[in-house]
Design a protein around this ligand. Structure first.
Ligand SMILES: *[C@@H]1O[C@H](CO)[C@@H](O)[C@H](O)[C@H]1NC(C)=O
Ligand SMILES: *[C@@H]1O[C@H](CO)[C@@H](O)[C@H](O)[C@H]1NC(C)=O
Ligand SMILES: *[C@@H]1O[C@H](CO)[C@@H](O)[C@H](O)[C@H]1NC(C)=O
Ligand SMILES: *[C@@H]1O[C@H](CO)[C@@H](O)[C@H](O)[C@H]1NC(C)=O
Ligand SMILES: *[C@@H]1O[C@H](CO)[C@@H](O)[C@H](O)[C@H]1NC(C)=O
Ligand SMILES: *[C@@H]1O[C@H](CO)[C@@H](O)[C@H](O)[C@H]1NC(C)=O
Ligand SMILES: *[C@@H]1O[C@H](CO)[C@@H](O)[C@H](O)[C@H]1NC(C)=O
Length: 636
């Protein structure tokens, strides 16, 4: 873009308006993806979050990092619980089960993911049991004081020597004001022939988004849908890499019946069931109309171990198998496997990212030397139409491939990066795969990485600084594949990294859409299909902006943010070819205080005000933008 850099004193008072003239041509088509979502198992984002399963530790899965335990379970009545590795387990994937022993009312109680939301809706449950028992089971939802909120009897079909699955539904009559409710499953111990029964895979789901079995939590999906993400990057993030090479995320262990998914130690502080697996990720993309950006494991684990070049082929082939599983016809080996797990229709994959942050954990040297190239060549040879992305831009990226760049920083440092994309070549488009202002300015010291509990929530100055970086990307939107806030979700009752764009607990009514959520939502609902060059006698700062057109709606668009101004900034904006009397909507986001946060259980404090304005005599739109504001003007 052409800018005549006339430097104004830093604390100029804006008597005169910043005049901006936008040309009618000369811009570039944008990638169109713009603002997406990211998933990885951290903060109980999936497990105990988006994945709607209400029972924590449902199948007693363990690993060397997190040995199987009775976490979240307690015994009902005077029964006792013990973990067993039976000689005839439910499945090889789920070797450990619980033995419940008791002579009277026996059973077990689960605390949920720090509570269970109870309201008048249908809950679908199931469990496997082994042991001779001729009575019935009672499945209940209980209040914190033990009051029965819903209950049902399940006639036993159990057998002495095999695992039998039982299903039930629970329909509470009213909403519980407390969400620290529990789930209990009991039986009459006196009728169990050997005095005890073995249980495994005890599951309970509320209604899910689009009523999918094994589906997603509705309020979180609704929040995402309202934000309008256009793509989803999965399955990470660090969680893709794993702590060790054997501990990597293995796509083939995340598919098929739940009893065949072994679970896995996440990179973060808990075991995951893998109930939210590869197919569920793709269904999530289908349900929210998001373009998948598939991360494949690339030979680096977080402990710094790297697969040597001589052994890498196996992993390249595994990535190709994964892509075939998703996209191959049912005549291919892995396409047939997809059909077998219930999905004959192939999906389309346009973007594959090789690894995650391969410039860290001792990874860059081998990534540059052979790892990236091996995956790149392997994928391109079989799938020439796939856009392959490197997980870093700290290397020479081959022609046609893209890169992924991440930024966690203080607000002031975001501002200094406003122009960083101006000189990038569009031959190597960039995904801004993880972006977040994480800590307030602290005299230029940058952020403190010793503890990833940064600011609990996004706060308004941070959000405005993110807007400035996003505008730098929008001005170059032909080179930017898309941008995502990261991490995306956090369960306030158990998290490893804050802030996130959405935060929640077990009560869906308390989900917090953060200050940054409102920024992403505003920008996503005003997508430019083309940038348009602009001219101004004033340099950028404290007003930052991007200009363009949505050719589908034929709207001219101006997006802006004001950071660090001592006064309101008057703007006089013209679009070449847009004349007097043209109407436009101007939406301005502000917050009561620079440190405003939207908290779990609290109100949305971001103010959004839309006014309808008209172009004056010379086609100029005149308006003022306050300090610490984000704005979009869109012509009707
Ligand atoms: C469009 O792209 C060309 C080539 O990358 C660049 O020179 C020009 O500045 C871009 N225009 C805008 C409006 O960014
Ligand atoms: C079951 O087997 C696992 C893996 O071999 C082991 O770590 C665990 O201690 C065993 N649990 C019990 C209750 O025997
Ligand atoms: C999944 O694939 C890996 C190879 O990447 C293999 O070691 C593992 O045994 C497979 N798991 C199952 C359950 O087939
Ligand atoms: C790795 O890349 C990220 C950007 O994606 C950058 O912030 C970080 O400083 C890089 N790390 C190293 C060690 O170069
Ligand atoms: C914000 O303003 C202060 C005081 O005028 C100045 O010291 C600081 O550098 C400014 N920060 C940015 C990112 O422009
Ligand atoms: C981009 O390149 C131009 C010309 O080489 C240079 O003057 C400018 O400082 C560069 N901008 C950035 C942000 O590196
Ligand atoms: C403008 O915003 C900055 C943060 O960027 C804040 O520190 C400052 O107090 C604000 N100035 C005024 C006049 O409101």
């Amino acid at each position: 873009m052409l800018h005549k850099y006339l430097l104004l004193p830093l604390l100029a008072s804006y008597g005169a308006a910043v005049t901006i003239s936008v040309a009618k041509s000369g811009g570039n088509a944008t990638s169109g993806l713009q603002y997406g979502a990211m998933e990885e198992e951290i903060n109980h984002c999936g497990e105990g979050g988006l994945y709607a399963e209400l029972i924590r530790n449902r199948a007693f899965q363990g690993s060397s990092k997190f040995p199987s335990s009775l976490d979240a379970w307690t015994a009902a009545g005077d029964s006792s619980l013990s973990l067993k590795n039976l000689t005839d387990p439910l499945s090889t994937a789920l070797p450990t089960s619980v033995n419940v022993k008791g002579s009277g009312t026996a059973g077990l109680v689960n605390a949920g993911f720090w509570g269970i939301d109870v309201r008048p809706q249908k809950y679908s449950g199931s469990f496997f049991v082994k042991g001779k028992y001729s009575g019935s089971f009672t499945a209940s939802l209980l209040s914190p004081s033990g009051k029965v909120l819903a209950s049902t009897k399940v006639t036993s079909k159990s057998k002495a020597d095999s695992w039998v699955q039982h299903s039930f539904t629970l329909t509470p009559k009213s909403k519980s004001s407390d969400t620290k409710n529990t789930f209990s499953l009991t039986f009459d111990g006196s009728k169990a022939s050997s005095g005890s029964l073995d249980f495994n895979l005890i599951s309970l789901f509320p209604p899910t988004w689009n009523d999918r079995p094994n589906g997603m939590r509705k309020d979180l999906m609704q929040a995402m849908k309202d934000m309008g993400p256009t793509f989803l990057r999965f399955p990470g993030g660090n969680n893709l890499e794993g702590d060790t090479i054997p501990g990597r995320w293995k796509w083939n262990e995340t598919i098929g019946p739940l009893k065949d998914r072994p679970g896995r130690a996440t990179t973060w502080q808990y075991q995951e069931t893998l109930g939210l697996g590869l197919v569920e990720y793709m269904e999530w993309c289908d349900d929210l109309n998001m373009e998948p950006i598939l991360g494949v494991w690339a030979g680096l684990a977080l402990n710094g171990d790297v697969v040597p070049e001589s052994e890498l082929d196996f992993y390249v082939q595994d990535a190709l198998n994964e892509i075939e599983f998703l996209t191959g016809s049912v005549d291919t080996e892995y396409g047939a496997l997809r059909a077998k797990v219930g999905h004959p229709e192939p999906w389309k994959i346009k973007y594959v990212e090789v690894g995650n942050e391969d410039n860290l954990s001792n990874g860059l040297e081998s990534y540059k030397a052979y790892r990236f190239e091996a995956f790149y060549k392997g994928i391109k040879a079989k799938y020439p139409d796939i856009q392959v992305l490197a997980s870093t831009i700290d290397m020479t990226i081959p022609e046609g491939a893209g890169g992924d760049w991440h930024l966690y920083d203080t607000p002031d440092n975001f501002i200094t990066k406003f122009n960083m994309f101006d000189n990038y070549s569009k031959d190597h488009p960039i995904l801004l795969g993880e972006i977040a202002a994480t800590e307030p300015n602290n005299g230029g010291a940058g952020i403190d990485w010793s503890n990833t509990h940064f600011s609990l929530y996004p706060w308004w100055i941070g959000t405005v600084s993110e807007a400035v970086l996003l505008l730098g990307a929008e001005r170059n939107a032909d080179k930017i594949i898309g941008t995502t806030y990261a991490p995306f979700l956090m369960n306030l009752d158990s998290y490893q990294w804050s802030p996130t764009i959405l935060s929640f607990n077990s009560n869906p009514d308390e989900t917090a859409r953060s200050t940054s959520y409102h920024l992403y939502s505003l920008f996503n609902h005003n997508i430019m299909t083309n940038t348009l060059p602009s001219e101004s006698p004033d340099s950028f700062g404290p007003l930052y902006y991007a200009t363009g057109l949505n050719s589908k709606t034929n709207s001219h668009i101006f997006k802006a943010a004001v950071y660090n101004s001592t006064a309101d900034v008057p703007v006089s904006l013209t679009f070449e070819g847009v004349g007097r009397g043209t109407k436009a909507d101007l939406t301005i986001l502000t917050a009561p205080d620079p440190f405003t946060m939207n908290a779990v259980g609290g109100d949305n404090l971001v103010k959004s005000k839309t006014t309808h304005i008209k172009a004056g005599k010379k086609g100029e739109f005149s308006f003022k933008l306050p300090n610490l504001s984000v704005a979009v003007l869109s012509t009707n």
